[in-house]
Write a protein that binds this ligand. Structure first.
Ligand code: C5P
Length: 235
């Protein structure tokens, strides 16, 4: 697994759709993200297939339960050979530690990278304060949850491109950030609001970018992927 990379969000309704999409890539083996829709629809076999094809896999299931349950679940995810997976930082430091231990226990080789979700970007500050009774600002909450994540021994967090700087400041540059919300000025924004370009994401210093529709819905997905790679990695 590379230290910096472009991860394609494979948000497709079926495994076959995802495999058809990836079959267009003849020279590259992109790092792919599989989310709840595909995993719950297809089961663990979709991960095994993608791994057998040579892809690195980020399994985005955002686990959040009691530490023992998360530990056991993580053991099984590690056995699938995923390269990266995640939990909610709101599950507490104990839960995050249990998750990390589960991955180490289940891993056949390298221990998968474990990252945490701080505050979902769909949660507004108003709802966080009124419904979750967290009185701080989003930025303070993100920085605090990132520090908890680091204390639990995890590798990094998922955050918006605009939060990556806050996280790096709170936890140091070697603490990893994985950021979605990547768009080109000439592309469709879709439902994303806090967005940035691959070049800007590189300047901010984020480690991995997650890019879905700008690649999956492009007329030429392979060319679109290469453009993002060039702009983010400078290759
Ligand atoms: O198509 P698009 O580039 O918007 O895809 C971004 C991916 O990142 C999707 O899979 C989306 O669920 C995920 N994501 C996000 N914002 C977050 C967390 C995850 O867009 N805060």
């Amino acid at each position: 697994m590379k230290k910096h990379d472009v991860i394609i969000a494979c948000d497709f309704p079926t495994g076959q759709d995802a495999l058809d999409f990836l079959s267009q890539f003849k020279e590259e083996k992109p790092f792919v993200k599989i989310g709840m829709e595909l995993f719950y629809g297809e089961g663990p076999d979709i991960v095994r297939k993608l791994k057998a094809m040579g892809h690195d896999v980020f399994l985005d299931l955002k686990l959040h339960d009691i530490p023992n349950t998360v530990n056991k679940a993580m053991r099984n995810l590690a056995k699938l050979g995923v390269n990266m997976t995640n939990v909610h930082a709101a599950g507490t430091i104990d839960m995050m530690r249990a998750a990390k231990e589960g991955l180490a226990e289940g891993a056949q080789g390298e221990v998968p990278m474990l990252i945490a979700v701080t505050q979902l970007t769909s949660t507004s500050q108003e709802r966080m304060q009124k419904e979750l009774l967290i009185p701080n600002t989003i930025e303070e909450t993100v920085a605090h949850y990132a520090r908890n994540t680091q204390q639990a021994g995890l590798d990094g967090v998922v955050c918006s491109p605009l939060e990556a700087g806050i996280v790096k400041k709170a936890c140091g540059t070697s603490f990893r950030t994985v950021t979605p919300g990547i768009r080109y000025p000439d592309g469709d924004v879709g439902d994303q609001s806090r967005i940035t370009t691959p070049q800007k994401a590189r300047e901010i210093g984020t480690d991995y970018i997650v890019v879905g529709r700008p690649i999956t819905k492009a007329q030429d997905p392979v060319e679109a992927y290469r453009r993002v790679l060039r702009d983010f990695l400078g290759e």
